[in-house]
Write a protein that binds this ligand. Structure first.
Ligand code: MD3
Ligand code: FE
Length: 203
């Protein structure tokens, strides 16, 4: 089933479930090669969300700013390759939501533990604002905050569950959004964590 959030934003409930037999082992291999780490924001805060990346470009932050890089700053090596199952999931979900021929070059993987949160922000580090963003939620549920085009616009609360895929672009691409602090909970497959995978065209 599909929940519409905006004109060009929706959640495809359970869409990732048929891909998980291939996706979960691929995620294990990525975090083995490029472990999750808590990065520092330009403002000097250590993020409560830990992250890693795969694909040609990875999102990073440090005291100097937010940017996409071809290498993992912690190891100096290129980010692990994007597994085929992820690029296929992203382009199939995007097409289902009305965005044809989506070919992501960047994949940010966020790990939330109970208490982790992501405050309201806009995604504006990608060069191609015409491309959609696809996100896959795994593990314990989260409350997604879907805001407007001003930080002060009161956000709508949308629950996101294991296997849900969100797709947004076009007029909804620059909306403010965030994640409420995660509750203390355990998921039968992933344990006490939520993994969110966002696929983008960043370069
Ligand atoms: C709808 N991640 O990494 S993904 C991010 O769950 C980020 O980890 C969140 O925001 C997470 O930048 C949310 C779902 C999402 C993201 C951005 C949106 C939905 C969106 C922007 C506009 C509309
Ligand atoms: Fe974001």
């Amino acid at each position: 089933t599909r929940d519409s959030l905006g004109e060009q934003a929706c959640v495809l409930r359970g869409y990732a479930l048929p891909y998980l037999a291939q996706l979960l082992p691929a995620l294990d291999a990525i975090q083995e090669a490029a472990p999750f780490r808590n990065m520092t924001t330009p403002g000097g805060y250590v993020m409560s969300v830990a992250l890693t990346n795969c694909g040609a470009l990875g999102w990073t932050t440090d005291r100097h700013g937010y940017r996409y890089t071809g290498r993992d700053p912690q190891s100096g090596r290129p980010w692990p390759a994007m597994p085929e199952v992820l690029s296929r999931l992203a382009s199939e979900a995007a097409a289902e939501a009305g965005f044809s021929r989506f070919e992501p070059d960047a994949c940010l993987i966020n790990r939330y533990l109970p208490g982790s949160r992501l405050s309201l922000h806009q995604d504006k580090n990608e060069k191609d604002a015409a491309a959609p963003i696809v996100s896959v939620s795994l593990g314990i549920p989260a409350v997604f905050l879907f805001g407007g085009h001003e930080r002060a616009d009161r956000p709508r609360r949308v629950p996101l569950f294991h296997g849900d895929v969100a797709v947004w672009g076009g007029v909804d691409r620059m909306r403010y959004h965030g994640i409420m602090p995660l509750k203390e909970e355990r998921h039968p497959v992933l344990g006490a964590q939520r993994i969110n995978i966002t696929l983008r065209k960043a370069g």
